[in-house]
Design a protein around this ligand. Structure first.
Ligand SMILES: CC(=O)SCCNC(=O)CCNC(=O)[C@H](O)C(C)(C)COP(=O)(O)OP(=O)(O)OC[C@H]1O[C@@H](n2cnc3c(N)ncnc32)[C@H](O)[C@@H]1OP(=O)(O)O
Ligand SMILES: CC(C)C(=O)C(=O)O
Length: 662
């Protein structure tokens, strides 16, 4: 038997009967059951005394009928406040130039409104609005943000309102208190004075031709404490001509079921106000903070409750734990709720690049686990997942990543199955071999990966080492070089040679205290002409790894000049078993960049000897550089260098001698 209270709409009717425990709990607590959300709430919190949730009353009173049946056709305006509330996040500071670039990118994405800052707050924001006057926007309207007038001041004399007008934006958004406690405690004003501040400020800005949005600060908390006063604040703004009343979950402490129902109540209130002729049509907006990791859920719940404008920031930047993340909200609205929210829906494919762009501008590291746009959002690691995804992507993906400009990735690790390796073979374009050999090779590589991860390697971030491992398992691949021998020394030089390591020295690290000698065998040439060259080179460096890097480069560069464009961009060392002290296994990951090709890759190695771990990682990096520049067939294809070596003497008269260079 389903349980209904009052005139609950289609959403409520779909709810199932609550279990008896929940019923008991609710009747104990004096709450009225009204759908699944209430049931869950009651079951979790059996005592009315412990909860503070006025949804019990308004659910019955407000006859919430759920989202409109025509919801799918209704648009939702996206109001981006990255440049205002986003910059209230710790560590975020945009320059005027940054702000202008972000403005243009957001406009291109197709959001409806962009809040540029608070012109009355600081010279930078004022300068931004000045500069923005010259920036034509294709899709968005620019909004300037500020507060209602100060208490006991006329609007005409309020500096903040003057700055808002001076910004000359089509839209002005003002924040006002919607919670009695905040009014009394923070503004030290009477509730009536606050209503006058709201009403007069909105009216003043509207009379100056602005589209005004009223941000009802602390609305949801205010509603829980004194529903009538919170609604009065909204009515005051609407009656004064506000175009949108934005309900703010300022402290981020509300839940989706509260937000949905309370938003529905306000929507209804504003409709009544419009029908009574006391206000023009007023939209409801939502502004959520992420203090309970619910800002996105709360925002979309508000849309279900009737909000048709959503405020948020790119990547969820913002005060404390941030604002509602538009990089999630936009795809949820478009793809899961069928609500149009961008000027051109195909721009959804810019979401991933937009998110990365904001990371760059905000100087924040990329967060891979971000839904929709993070590097891991569609990355598959578990062997079972990969095997399934290879058959059909939808087995472990809720959408096609391309829709939001992201991509599916397969990670390789000790949790892989053969599918992970086969997928990598496809990705690297090396699946031309017979399926038998693919099977054999994938098993071989998989076993090797599991064994090496057990010894301290992690291949997840080191795709270059994975590709090399796969290629090396193939009969048709020959490495372009081989390290025959090496030796590294780190010594102390006399002070007059720059080798004074004492704390007092003004050359704190000494001068090139390490030397490396490497003996290599190189395979040079192409498919028609090739030769084996043995080299013996010395390199100097600040330390042993630097010296090895120098020696390897000296060996390879004369034959592979493109390596001049190879730079090391990161070198990470991790001690894996601290308790073994200086005998511990060290993992070394090195990231390289081919600046000519603008391509980066990472290699990994692990060894109890840090020099050997570094050396192997370096060698993988150089080999991958050649592979990536010249392809696997740039040299010769043969099963071993020895075979080639024999063939070469017939074709090339020179070479084959050890080459010792200065
Ligand atoms: C929830 C939000 O995110 S709202 C946006 C918050 N963002 C910011 O605060 C960033 C920009 N802020 C600023 O640059 C400055 O705080 C300014 C320029 C706005 C004001 O600076 P000051 O004049 O030095 O005041 P200060 O910030 O110390 O205090 C705020 C004053 O505004 C009053 N006030 C707060 N909210 C409102 C409001 N909605 N309407 C009118 N006055 C308000 C406070 O009562 C306080 O006045 P009081 O000290 O006389 O009680
Ligand atoms: C000013 C408003 C929009 C705000 O940031 C909040 O209340 O959280």
């Amino acid at each position: 038997m389903a349980l209904f209270v009052g005139h609950f709409g289609k959403v409520a009717r779909r709810y199932v009967e609550p279990d008896s425990r929940a019923k008991r709990a609710c009747s104990n607590s004096g709450l009225i059951l009204a759908g699944r959300t209430r049931v869950a709430h009651c079951a979790a919190l059996p005592s009315r005394a412990h909860i503070h949730d006025s949804t019990a009353e308004y659910q019955v009173q407000d006859l919430y009928t759920g989202p409109p049946s025509s919801a799918a056709e209704l648009g939702v305006d996206i109001y981006d406040t990255t440049l205002r509330d986003g910059s209230q996040g710790e560590g975020i500071s945009f320059s005027v130039e940054d702000k202008l670039r972000i403005l243009q990118r957001l406009d291109d994405l197709g959001v409806a409104f962009i809040e540029g800052g608070w012109p009355g707050s600081n010279p930078k924001d004022a300068a931004f609005f000045e500069a923005a006057k010259k920036v034509p926007l294709k899709n968005a309207k620019l909004a300037a943000f500020g507060s209602t007038r100060y208490k006991n001041v006329l609007c005409e004399q309020d500096a903040n309102l003057a700055a808002l007008l001076e910004a000359q934006t089509p839209v002005v958004t003002i924040v006002g208190k919607a919670a009695k406690k905040q009014v009394e405690l923070v503004l030290s004003a009477s509730p009536e004075e606050n209503l006058a501040m709201i009403s007069e400020s909105v009216h003043y800005l509207v009379s100056h031709g602005r589209t005004v949005m009223f941000d009802a600060e602390h609305f949801f908390d205010g509603y829980q404490a004194d529903r009538e006063y919170a609604l009065q604040c909204c009515r005051a703004a609407a009656e004064a001509g506000a175009h949108v009343i934005v309900l703010c979950d300022t402290n981020g402490g509300s839940t989706p079921w509260q937000i949905e129902c309370i938003t529905a109540t306000v929507s209804k209130e504003l409709t009544l106000l419009e029908q009574s002729g006391r206000a023009a049509a007023t939209k409801v907006g939502i502004h959520c903070h992420n203090d309970m990791e619910l800002a996105v859920a709360n925002s979309v719940a508000a849309v279900r409750g009737g909000a048709s404008l959503v405020q948020g920031t790119a990547n969820g930047l913002g005060e404390r734990t941030g604002n509602a993340n538009l990089m999630s909200i936009i795809p949820i609205l478009a793809l899961k709720m069928g609500r149009s929210c961008l000027a051109d829906i195909s721009k959804l494919s810019q979401m991933t690049s937009m998110s990365r762009f904001i990371d760059e501008m905000a100087n924040q590291p990329h967060v891979p686990s971000r839904p929709f746009v993070g590097a891991s959002a569609f990355a598959h690691k578990g062997g079972l997942h990969v095997a399934a995804v290879l058959k059909d992507e939808s087995t472990y993906q809720h959408i096609d990543p391309k829709i939001v400009g992201n991509e599916r990735r397969v990670l390789v690790s000790e949790l892989s199955g053969r599918g992970n390796i086969v997928s990598k073979m496809q990705e690297f374009g090396i699946l031309s071999e017979s399926s038998d050999s693919v099977k054999k090779n994938s098993k071989l590589v998989l076993d090797q990966i599991k064994e090496l991860e057990n010894c301290g390697y992690t291949f997840e971030g080191a795709e270059a080492s994975v590709e090399l491992m796969i290629r090396r398992a193939m009969a048709s691949y020959t490495s372009p070089f081989e390290l025959l021998d090496f030796n590294v020394t780190t010594g102390k030089r006399s002070a007059n040679e720059g080798g004074d390591f004492s704390q007092k020295s003004n050359v704190p690290f000494g001068d090139s205290p390490s030397q490396a000698v490497v003996r290599m065998r190189l395979l040079v040439g192409d498919e028609d002409m090739c030769a084996v060259r043995n080299t013996l080179e010395v390199g100097e460096g600040n330390g042993p790894v630097d010296a090895l890097n120098a020696a390897i480069r000296r060996s390879l560069l004369p034959f592979f000049p493109s390596l001049a464009e190879l730079v090391l961009v990161d070198y990470k060392v991790r001690i894996l078993d601290n308790e073994s002290a200086t005998r511990a296994i060290t993992r070394v990951s090195i990231t390289f960049k081919d600046v000519g090709e603008n391509r980066e890759w990472t290699t990994v190695s692990a060894h109890p000897n840090i020099i050997i771990a570094s050396l192997n990682s370096l060698l993988d990096g150089f080999e991958f550089a050649m592979l990536s520049r010249h392809g696997p067939d740039c040299l010769v294809t043969a099963s071993s260098t020895d075979t080639i070596s024999e063939g070469i003497t017939q074709r090339i008269a020179t070479a084959a001698e050890p080459v010792a260079r200065e």
